[in-house]
Unconditional design. Sequence first.
Length: 232
Amino acid sequence: MSKIGIIGAMDLEVDTLKSKLTDVTITKKAGMEFHEGTLNGASVVVVRCGIGKVNAALCVQIMADVFQVTHIINTGVAGSLNAKLDIGDILISQDALHHDMDVRIFGYQLGEVPQMGRLEFPADARMMELARSSCARVCSDIKALFGRVVSGDQFISDNEVKETLINVFHGDCAEMEGASIAHGAYLNKIPFVIIRAISDKADGSAEMDYPKFEKAAAEHSAKLVEDMVAYI
């Protein structure tokens, strides 16, 4: 039987999902509250992991060790790196990588985690398709694209940095947790997908756009996830 771990970095990314759970049990661990219950007929664990890659990685390992989840969905918001992705659109991960990993001095590619033999962490193909189908059902007026999530411990709001993430990493959206969730899921052999609603353009306007659009963007992502879990 499937048991789906749903991770968001902030309360606004998971509060709607938590409010719709039934038969809820709450477990506190590592400063996080894991809400275990039923969502749209599916067995799920919903948690706010906190912001940043370390929090996200810790959360995945707890999901694996304590709750034995069979799938992981990371829901939330991100800044667009792709001109085809406007504020409010959805990015469904094809893969994810760490844009702030730099061990080039020892011959690795920029972004490559040493001794792992790979740069990117691929999402599960079936979960990608389920996410796209759910978006078509419940967010039919919203554009959804497959693409690359690039993550680092920094909020991207600088045009020059944005261009680097596009030109060097071919990223489609930038945020602060997805690659660590992908990394942890990969090591634990748990199929995953990252769903990101676009809250800003990751450029000089991001500081103004993000507070204005983050709540609506997060709700779009959560609505998609709620529908999707019924099909996993």
